[in-house]
Design a protein around this ligand. Structure first.
Ligand code: SF4
Length: 379
């Protein structure tokens, strides 16, 4: 379900044919090159499960719809050929059981590929499905995942009581997807689409029940560094009337944001759970500051660093410096000794240079002010 924070990324399109009219949801998914319009839909919205936070849980009074596999394939192909979408994001509720749901999803994707569709497919699979279904899904889709929903088995049981064992039906399926994607890569299949080429992802709901950030960070570390997932999404909990959690408070937006920041530190910067643990408070929560700044305060003896000799991992730990900027510095220092703020400004420009200066070993007297700010712990 879209949260209010991303609702503005949706729009609706009416598709008409000689016989019928359908309104389809188009989602502007962010990508490194900008926004990509996807037809994002559930294959079916009746659900037998009773996840405690969900608007579509069994027993909720709401409109329920279902696409026929051939119908979703035909509409996707048409929108794609007309240039209205660049891909399909297909998920589903579980109407009868996970196997019959995934069979319908696969029928839709198979039909779509047989019609000549070579566009992007993002497939959200059901917990508890068979290995052979995972294998076929990997062949058909570009990106795949199973939603973990929770960072631990106990929280999962509380939130999704009818979905089964966390380790067995969810984590194991995620591992199977990763295995099948790696197997396809090893086989070096020649195809311009499918075979999980865009990686594996998952999503967790944050703050629905009693939890803390430490639990998410531990799982993120396991998923990014252990399984090599491409992306982990966090969805801040919002209470929905009529659900068992309707009286629970919503997740503060900053919590979701800080978890994303930490997850990127693990995925893109090489930070590990063990060192990130140091910035958590006694309750296991992140402070509401840039986690890289919090880490720099904790490891103040690492700074200031000498940019002329520091390695990539030392440079990328400086708050304000990301992987691209770190590489830019390493390239630039081949021809430039970085001794003063003005040297740094030649590489990073004035604004970023002043931001990172407190963490850099520079001879420049003008830095006294910045250094004092750093020592005081200002963000
Ligand atoms: S499986 Fe759970 S989260 Fe998914 S639609 Fe059904 S009740 Fe909602």
């Amino acid at each position: 379900m879209p949260t209010s924070r991303i609702r503005e990324k949706w729009r609706f399109l009416t598709v008409s044919s000689r016989w019928d009219r359908s309104t389809v949801p188009i989602y502007e998914a962010s990508s490194p090159g900008g926004y990509v319009p996807l037809l994002k839909t559930l294959l079916e919205s009746p659900c037998r499960n009773d996840c405690a936070y969900c608007a579509l849980r069994a027993g909720m009074r709401c409109p329920r719809e279902a696409w026929e596999p051939e119908e979703i394939a035909r509409i996707t192909l048409r929108l794609w050929e007309d240039g209205k979408i660049r891909g399909l994001f297909l998920s589903s509720c579980v109407r009868k059981d996970p196997e019959s749901t995934v069979e319908k999803q696969l029928e839709a994707l198979r039909t779509l590929r047989e019609m000549g569709y070579t566009g992007y497919i993002h497939l959200r699979l059901m917990p508890g499905i068979s290995r052979h279904h995972v294998r076929e899904a990997v062949e058909l889709a570009d990106r795949l995942g199973v939603n973990l929903e929770a960072p631990t088995g106990d929280i999962f049981s509380e939130m999704c009581p009818s979905k089964g064992d966390f380790r067995e039906v969810v984590l194991k399926r995620l591992e199977w997807i990763v295995d099948e994607v790696r197997r396809a890569a090893d086989l070096r299949v020649i195809s311009t689409f499918g075979f999980g080429r865009a990686g594996v992802d998952t999503q967790m709901v944050v703050g629905a029940v009693h939890d803390n950030d430490e639990q998410y960070i531990r799982m993120v570390d396991r998923l990014y560094r252990g399984l090599g997932l491409r992306r982990i999404y966090f969805s801040g909990f919002e209470p929905i009337d009529g659900t068992p959690l309707e009286d629970n408070p919503p997740c503060p937006p900053y919590r979701e944001y800080r978890l994303y920041q930490v997850s990127f530190l693990i995925r893109d910067y090489g930070f590990k759970y063990e060192e990130l643990k140091g910035i958590l408070d006694d309750g296991g929560f992140l402070p509401n500051v840039d986690p890289k700044v919090a880490l720099a305060r904790l490891e103040a003896d690492r700074f200031p660093i000498n940019l002329n000799s520091a390695d990539y991992y030392e440079i990328v730990r400086v708050p304000g410096i990301g992987p691209v900027t770190a590489r830019k510095i390493i390239d630039a220092r081949k021809n430039l000794k970085i001794e003063r703020l003005s040297d740094l400004e030649k590489i990073l420009g004035p604004t970023l240079s002043r931001r990172v200066a407190p963490y850099i070993d520079l001879k420049d007297k003008r830095l006294t002010y910045f250094s004092k700010r750093f020592q005081r712990g200002s963000t």
